[in-house]
Design a protein around this ligand. Structure first.
Ligand SMILES: [Cu+2]
Length: 138
């Protein structure tokens, strides 16, 4: 035969208050956890959205006496390959920084250079000086 507490109404109210506090605390912790997860996720995606990563490798076609595309971007440590789809030979020379250019690139030939430092690398064809291009490394 169960004994009732001396003051059931008061005990119940206290128990309810305690449960409400616990629920509020749990809800707050839960919201904080969700908020943290949300901010972590959004900061990651915001970072990739504002700075689109440059590709690791890029191909530039040489056709009709032009570099196509003339402007390319590549990641630091990445490489650019020039493919000669023209009928004549071409040869890449660098304006700055001053580095050795390519050997002669014959018909259907190609030349690949990797870039280890960020910067703007301008080049031209040492046979046809009007042919110009640029590689941005970032
Ligand atoms: Cu040329």
């Amino acid at each position: 035969m169960p004994d009732l507490p001396p003051d059931p109404g008061r005990a119940t109210a206290a128990t309810r208050a305690g449960r409400a506090l616990l629920l509020a605390a749990a809800a707050t912790l839960g919201l904080l956890a969700v908020a943290c997860a949300g901010s972590d996720g959004s900061s990651g995606s915001a970072g990739t959205a504002t700075t689109v990563a440059a590709p690791r490798s890029v191909t530039v076609e040489i056709v009709d006496g032009e570099f196509d595309p003339r402007h390319v971007e590549v990641a630091v440590g990445g490489s650019v390959t020039w493919v000669n789809n023209d009928q004549t030979e071409h040869m890449i020379a660098w304006t700055a920084p001053n580095v050795i250019g390519s050997p002669l690139i014959g018909k259907a030939g190609s030349y690949t250079r990797s870039f280890d430092a960020p910067g703007e690398y301008r080049y031209y064809c040492s046979i046809h000086n009007e042919m110009k291009g640029e590689v941005v490394v970032r």
